[in-house]
Design a protein around this ligand. Structure first.
Ligand code: ADP
Ligand code: MG
Length: 615
């Protein structure tokens, strides 16, 4: 039998290998941009035509190549980045396989001009389907200028598989972003069919994100920074209120290499869990700087997975970093109150312990149609007293000169004859439809959803209680008995210490029974059993969630069950309580379901509306 195994000619082998590395124009763009960054370029320009199908050009001012290297770089496994297997664990460059240029040269017409800064004369090389057409000295700028023409010219099948220009351009832009966003110290530009798509000067990470994703990102971002002995996480996350319905801008990098990592993604999501709706996604741009020894980088060029030696550790640091960033920034109020800046400061500085639970006592006998009652209500709480309460609450935060400013202001008002809102009337609250609390703030009219706001307040209040050791409860006048199924009784036993922190004092009687001796301070005795049952139900419902956190869940149950309902009439004092307590919360603007607790109707809009001629 004759031998029938033959070695493939290099050109064919290269073409087959190229199919793995270069699948579409965007893959070539990625490889060229990464080479430019690896070459230490400070300026990189990407020029494409017809979604990269006819031309992809990358011009950089990096280290350039000698005549010899210019020829070598198109050989398979030719790389300057590693020389032994050990080097694989010390890689900080993007490339290291020495496959990209060989692959590109196998399936396209390539022209490269390159010159190291120290050489006077550069090299111009043309290569097509792995064959060198010409190589000669030439005049050129220092750095490398590489043009790829007619990608897949000799692999028509693959060319036919390319998608529409719009789709291929989208892929290219995505690759461009993945390289450019994390290299803000390098200026990047992208031109498509002679139109500038991006022009990104060098700067910081924030301005790079803004440059790529739009100026509205300026106010959307929160910085993240966390250092440990093993790694440093740095970057930005989107504020919870800007979370999106689609997986938008989610970028992880490890040593500035873009990666996808569902496990770490989960860590970030977890940190956001309480602040965004279930079906929306936070944005993030986070780089993990880590010793290459701690990761397995030997991934396929087109893939983006990476393995950490200790993924659990990275997960924990990531989650803590993001949580910290959210916590730190949601403490600073972003709303400009129509009050003294000193008070604003006090709001921001309120110690955590200052979180007090508002007591909502509504009058069940109230009849809104009874005229004299509603009038009585107004005189019942004189405005003067209102101010006193407010002052008492912030007394130790108010600076001395407060009074002078107050008189100055009223004098000014008097001077101009303007009806300036006087201090005592500034924090006046009105209720709309027994649902919303309104108050005027510097920039307009603030509208607070009473139910959502109270839920947020109670949630934080109970969450803190669960974390604290202390507990408080009110003795039941008539202790209640409750019988439960064996499963539910088991849950109550398991939650007993947490329930005690919430205020539930329970003692077992018989096999699956309990006697309720004490209940949370703000619970009506009549509701004690129902609320306990709901807590058990809610606990069961969420037990299987991977994100399950017992305290979060219990605090949520309490908040949902006890928050003042929509449609409940509130007294002005109660509204003030909600207002005060809300702004002492960590995340005053975020409702428990991730939506907003409040809105501000800007003064401008009101003015604009009133200026319009009636039709
Ligand atoms: P890798 O990046 O994996 O080393 P490539 O095929 O992408 O493999 O490139 C091969 C080599 O060519 C690189 O190791 C580098 O030395 C050189 N090279 C490629 N592009 C550039 C460039 N823009 N500037 C300077 N040198 C380059
Ligand atoms: Mg490379």
């Amino acid at each position: 039998m004759s031998n029938y195994i033959k070695l493939l000619p290099d050109s064919v082998a290269n073409q087959i290998a190229a199919g793995e590395v270069i699948q579409r124009p965007a893959s070539a763009v990625k490889e060229l941009l990464e080479n430019a960054v690896d070459a230490g370029a400070k300026e990189v320009e990407l020029i494409i035509k017809d979604a990269g199908k006819t031309t992809i050009q990358v011009i950089d001012n990096g280290c350039g190549m000698s005549a010899m290297d210019a020829r070598m770089c198109f050989e398979r496994h030719a790389t300057s980045k590693i020389s032994s297997a050990d080097d694989l664990f010390a890689i900080r460059t993007m490339g290291f396989r020495g496959e990209a240029l060989a692959s590109i040269a196998a399936i396209a017409q390539v022209e490269m001009k390159t010159r190291p800064a120290e050489d006077e004369i550069g090299t111009c090389l043309q290569i097509e389907g792995s064959k060198v057409i010409s190589q000669e000295p030439c005049q050129c700028s220092s750095g490398t200028n590489l043009i790829i023409k007619n990608l897949f010219f000799n692999v028509p099948a693959r060319r036919n598989f390319l998608k529409s220009n719009t789709a291929e351009t989208r892929h290219i832009i995505e690759e461009f972003i993945r390289v450019a966003v994390i290299q803000p110290s390098v200026a990047f530009s992208m031109i498509h069919n002679d139109k500038v798509v991006f022009k990104l000067p060098k700067g910081g990470l924030k301005s790079r994100i803004v440059g790529l994703f739009g100026t509205n990102y300026n106010e959307k971002l929160l910085p993240v920074e966390q250092r440990t002995e093993i790694l440093t996480i740095k970057g930005f996350i989107g504020k919870p209120e800007y979370a999106r319905k689609t997986r938008g801008e989610q970028y992880f990098f490890v040593n500035k290499r873009f990666i996808k990592h569902p496990y770490l993604h989960h860590a970030v999501n977890n940190a956001f869990a309480e602040l965004i709706p279930v079906d929306s996604f936070p944005s993030y741009f986070l780089n993990i700087d880590i010793d290459p020894k701690e990761i397995d980088i030997n991934i396929h060029p087109t893939k983006t997975e990476i393995n950490f030696r200790d993924a659990k550790y990275v997960y924990a640091v990531m989650q803590a970093a993001v949580k910290q960033s959210i916590g730190k920034y949601s403490l600073t109020p972003t709303i400009d109150f129509e009050i003294d800046p000193a008070i604003e400061l006090a709001l921001g500085n309120l110690p955590k312990e200052g979180l007090k639970q508002p007591k909502i006592h509504f009058d069940p006998d109230y009849n809104p149609f009874k005229q004299e009652r509603s009038e009585g209500f107004r005189s019942e709480i004189p405005i003067k007293k209102e101010k006193q309460d407010w002052k008492e609450f912030y007394q130790h935060h108010l600076p001395e000169e407060k009074n002078t400013r107050e008189t100055e202001e009223s004098e000014k008002a008097h001077d101009t004859g303007l009806d300036l809102i006087h201090e005592k009337e500034r924090l006046k609250f009105f209720q709309i439809q027994n649902t919303f609390i309104t108050s005027n703030v510097r920039s307009g009219l603030m509208v607070i959803d009473q139910h959502k706001a109270h839920e947020r307040i109670l949630y934080e209040y109970y969450f803190k209680k669960l974390k604290d050791a202390s507990h408080g409860s009110q003795q039941m006048l008539f202790p209640q008995n409750i019988r439960l199924s064996p499963g539910d009784a088991e849950i109550v036993r398991e939650l007993k210490s947490d329930l005690l922190k919430l205020g539930y004092m329970l003692d077992s009687v018989g096999k699956n029974g309990f006697v309720i001796n004490g209940i949370p301070a703000d619970l009506q005795e009549n509701d004690s059993v129902v609320v306990l049952e709901r807590i058990i139900e809610n606990h069961k419902k969420h037990l299987k969630d991977i994100n399950y956190d017992k305290s979060v869940n219990l605090a949520r149950s309490m908040a949902v069950n006890l928050a003042v309902k929509t449609g409940t009439r509130l007294q002005e004092k109660e509204m003030a309580e909600i207002f005060d307590s809300l702004f002492a919360c960590h995340a005053p603007e975020t409702a428990l379901d991730g939506s907003r607790t409040l809105a501000i109707i800007p003064l401008n809009d009101i003015e604009h509306y009133l200026k319009e001629k009636k039709k």
